[in-house]
Every structure is written in C-alpha cells, then in structure tokens.
Design a protein around this ligand. Structure first.
Ligand code: AMP
Length: 303
C-alpha cells in the first residue's frame, strides 16, 4: 500500500528520508485531480518504469475552476483512487485538503501562464491556466521531483507547463504521455461520467473527426480555414455537440495558424514542423476536449 500524506510537512519528511538513503534516488511526480482512470494509470506506469520513488498527487484545485464551473460536483472517490494507486505501485500519495495548499485564499502571489494561457481553453476559461501553473509550481516546490508526468490529452496544459518550467528554471523534466482512449476512441476523462448514454454515444465524433484529419491533411493545398470548416461539419453531425472551439495550431508552439495559405506554408512562418488540432465541445453541461498532432508529410503522429 502507498503511504498517504495529507500535509506538506509529512510528505517532505518522507521524501527527505528517501533522498537521504544512500544512492541518488529519483522522484517522479504524477499530478492529478483524482477519480483515476486508465489515462492516469498510464502516467503512473511510465513514472514507475523511470523513477525510484513515485509520488501521486490527488487534489481538485479550486484555483483552476471558474465561478460557474464544476468544482463542487467534480467526481471524487478517495477509496477507489487509493486502491488504484496501490495496484499501480505508487509509493506516496499526497492528498491535501484545500486549506493545506491555500491557507490564504486566494493567494497573494501566483504564477501566470501569460498569453499562451489566454488562447483556446484559456479563452473559454479565463484564469484557468493561471490556476494550473500556480498549483503545478507549488507541487514542484513541495515534492521537488526529478520528473513530472503529464498527459497529451491536455495538450495546451503540457505546452504551458513546459514553458513555465523553462521560464522559472524548475529543475524538473516534463514527460508528456500519449492520450489513452476508450475502445471506441473517446479520450478517457474523469468528466466522462457526467455524460448521459446518448451524449456518451455522440461524443465519439471528436476522435472520429481527428481520425479524418489525417486524410484531409494529405491534400497539399488544404488551409487552416478549410480544415476547420471540415472539422466543424464532422463534429456537428452529432446533434448534441455544441462546439466551444476548433483550433488549428503549429506544434509544439501552439501558435494559431492563419487560413488563406496552404498549411505547409503557414507552418513555415512558425519554425514548427507539425500541426495540432485542438477541440473543445460541449455535450449538455459537459465540456470535453481532445486533440491530435499531425505531420503534413502524410506520416501521422496522431496520438
Ligand atoms: P486530471 O486528473 O484530469 O487533472 O489529469 C491528471 C493528468 O492525467 C493530466 O496530466 C492529464 O493530462 C492526464 N490525463 C487525463 N486524461 C488522460 C488520458 N485520457 N490519457 C492520458 N493522460 C490523461
């Protein structure tokens, strides 16, 4: 069974003991909001393969939720999470209360994600990525991991955390991990439990649209506007889909790509070689995101 810590002081003490135990031992951190699924499991597995000590944090971070968002009803099941953590070979679980992390709320000092945090999900969820960078910076300082594992399911989050790590000189390697999907293609998410059976059925349009993107990108003249139009049409085939955004961006910078010129030409201005398609779509009250990374040469790196 993993050791479970509710306080920063106790976790730090246990980590200091591990680090002081002779040989240099690496620490891997997997930050989550709990309600664990196979996506989280894949991050833990990767950390288990790479690091000597694996720390799983479970914290539903109020700072990254907007006032009308689902903080209160976000699914939580500590007992189930702990048994998954045990099965996956986690050493330390850090599950603090909100008051342990934010004794003073809101904080006087915080980390902002800058302009990258105002695009895409940041445009629909103002302040969200500032909440993410602030909690991740705090977790990096609390755990002082050698590596931290994040899912490419949240592609913009990975890009923002990599940027923050460079900008603030955190001595942490960020390890991006591929998106884990249900057998029908739906990206796994703790929020999938909110979906009604009919919404769940229609939600497969996101991964299906990303699958079709590979074929569309084989057309040399296609531009961002036309690709966006086709993606919107494919998603709108699901009557319950309410599109928040469809974005075509350069990867890894995630700079938006202009329409009007073939995608290859639009990429030339960015220094990037791949494109990312980012999708956010609501089904009822549930907002789902998904994305794919593609090469324009026809060889796809769709994850
Ligand atoms: P969350 O608990 O939703 O905040 O996610 C915690 C971590 O798990 C983040 O780094 C997510 O990107 C990652 N994650 C969530 N869903 C998936 C998935 N389907 N595949 C891979 N990683 C995921």
């Amino acid at each position: 069974m993993p050791q479970v810590f509710k306080t920063i002081a106790e976790l730090r003490e246990a980590l200091a003991a591990v680090r002081g135990a002779g040989d240099r031992r690496t620490v891997g951190l997997v930050p989550t909001m709990g309600y664990l699924h196979d996506g989280h499991r894949s991050l833990i597995r990767k950390a288990r393969e790479t690091d000597d000590t694996v720390v799983l944090s479970i914290f539903v971070n109020p700072l990254q939720f907007g006032p009308t968002e689902d903080f209160d009803r976000y699914p939580r099941d500590a007992e189930r999470d702990l048994s998954i953590a045990a099965e996956a070979g986690v050493d330390f679980v850090f599950m603090p209360e909100v008051a342990e992390i934010y004794p003073q709320y809101p904080l006087a000092t915080s980390v902002t994600a800058g302009e990258a945090g105002r695009r895409y999900c940041g445009a629909s969820r103002p302040g969200h990525f500032d909440g993410v960078t602030t909690i991740v910076a705090k977790l990096f300082n609390i755990v002082q991991p050698d590596r931290a594992y994040f899912g490419l399911k949240d592609l913009q989050q990975v890009a923002i955390i990599e940027q923050m790590t460079r900008d603030l000189n955190f001595p942490v390697d960020i390890v991006p991990c591929p998106t884990v999907r249900e057998p029908d293609g739906l990206a796994m998410s703790s929020r999938n439990v909110y979906l009604s059976p009919e919404e769940r059925r229609q939600a497969t349009v996101l991964s299906a649209a990303l699958g079709q993107t590979e074929e569309w990108l084989a057309e040399p003249a296609i531009d961002a506007a036309e690709l966006e139009r086709r993606l919107r049409a494919a998603i709108s085939a699901a009557p319950l889909a309410d599109i928040d955004y469809v974005a075509i961006a350069a990867y890894p910078s995630l700079l938006p790509l202009p329409g009007g010129v073939p995608l290859g030409e639009a990429l030339d201005g960015t220094g990037d070689r791949k494109i990312a398609v980012l999708l956010a779509v609501k089904f009822g009250n549930t907002r789902l995101i998904d994305n794919g990374i593609f090469q324009l040469t026809g060889v796809s790196a769709h994850v």
